[in-house]
Design a protein around this ligand. Structure first.
Ligand code: MRU
Length: 320
């Protein structure tokens, strides 16, 4: 994302990697729309975008509470969105400066958690990731991909398997694009191939991002993440969540209390504008699932690596 002090420009993630088109947002409604329609996606990225939306509302003299409600209502699962908007509502000074601070803090948090996470990987490792928890999903650097980037920067030989991530293909379109640009060895697989590769012992670790981590460590992330956690557990492969502290919601007691966004049936029945399923078929499209804390080996945050029991580890993070 780019901010020129007046306009927020977002790289349209619906079109990548085929087209690099930027969408300009001039007010909070346009930002909310960009979040709803997935021009921008990924928990920290939608939080920081919403902060710029609030800054534009303040500059224009728009009703801040109305802007906040519209932005927060754009997507329900990622807590970073509400966290960022509430922080802007609490700001008494210059909202644009606060949004810029949030942008810089997110990049710094990712770099910090990247370094903590890199230490968990061996000198040579193959990592499976799901969805896109990279620079595109944050203000920059990435969470799960931040760990991979930091490990590569420290001289480790990391090879990545990226799940394509049906139905929105964040893995095939965005993670593959980002990692290829960084010259990080990447192999793309469809979601239903991971069990086969787990059985072959292909993975040393699974690293994914999160949209909301509850007070007990249960973590919501892109649909399909839970399946990987179960597979990792069955094959004795460490399963890591990488997320900034802004993704932890101490007010959500456990995973059952995390609202799961249900997206349109069309994203399931159609493939790039072409209908592939019969007309009239019933469809479900939960966009996220919840991985229970007991399946998570560690949560890599910008304040260090959290280990079970998470309830206590999370309480301590918010004490400091
Ligand atoms: O629907 P999306 O693409 O916004 O979902 C994104 C994810 O699930 C990411 O893994 C999560 O937001 C973490 S991004 C650092």
């Amino acid at each position: 994302m780019r901010w020129n002090g007046r306009v927020l420009s977002l790289l349209d993630q619906r079109l990548l990697p085929r087209e690099e088109t930027w969408v300009d947002c001039h007010n909070a409604s346009e930002v909310a729309d960009a979040i709803r329609t997935m021009v921008v996606r990924g928990a920290p990225a939608i939080g920081v975008s919403a902060a710029f939306g609030m800054a534009m509302a303040a500059t224009r003299g728009d009703d801040l509470q109305q802007a906040a409600d519209e932005l927060k209502g754009a997507r329900p699962t990622a807590v970073n969105l509400a966290w960022a908007v509430d922080r802007m509502l609490r700001t008494s000074g210059d909202l644009a400066a606060e949004a810029e601070r949030m942008f810089n803090e997110d990049v710094a948090a990712n770099m910090r958690l990247g370094r903590y996470g890199a230490e968990l990987l061996g000198e040579r490792a193959t990592v499976l990731t799901h969805c896109n928890a990279g620079a595109l999903a944050t203000a920059g650097y990435g969470t799960a991909l931040g760990v991979i980037r930091a490990a590569v920067e420290s001289g480790k030989r990391i090879s990545v398997f990226a799940d394509e991530t049906r139905p929105y293909l964040q893995g095939a379109r965005l993670t593959a694009w980002e990692l290829q640009r960084d010259n990080i060895e990447t192999t793309l697989i469809t979601d239903n191939m991971s069990g086969h590769f787990f059985k072959q012992g292909a993975f040393d670790a699974v690293i994914v991002g999160a949209d909301r981590i509850a007070a007990n460590g249960d973590a919501a992330n892109k649909i399909g993440t839970y399946t990987l956690a179960v597979l990792a557990h069955a094959h004795d492969v460490p399963f890591y969540i990488a997320a900034p502290v802004s993704t932890i919601d101490p007010a959500t007691p456990n995973g059952d209390a995390i609202p799961i966004e249900e997206r349109s049936a069309q994203e399931v029945t159609d493939f790039f504008g072409a209908r592939v399923a019969p007309e009239g078929i019933q469809v479900r499209h939960p966009a996220f699932d919840v991985t229970p804390a007991r399946l998570i080996t560690a949560i890599i945050t910008d304040k260090g690596v959290l280990r079970p029991p998470y309830e206590e580890a999370i309480r301590n993070v918010f004490k400091t």
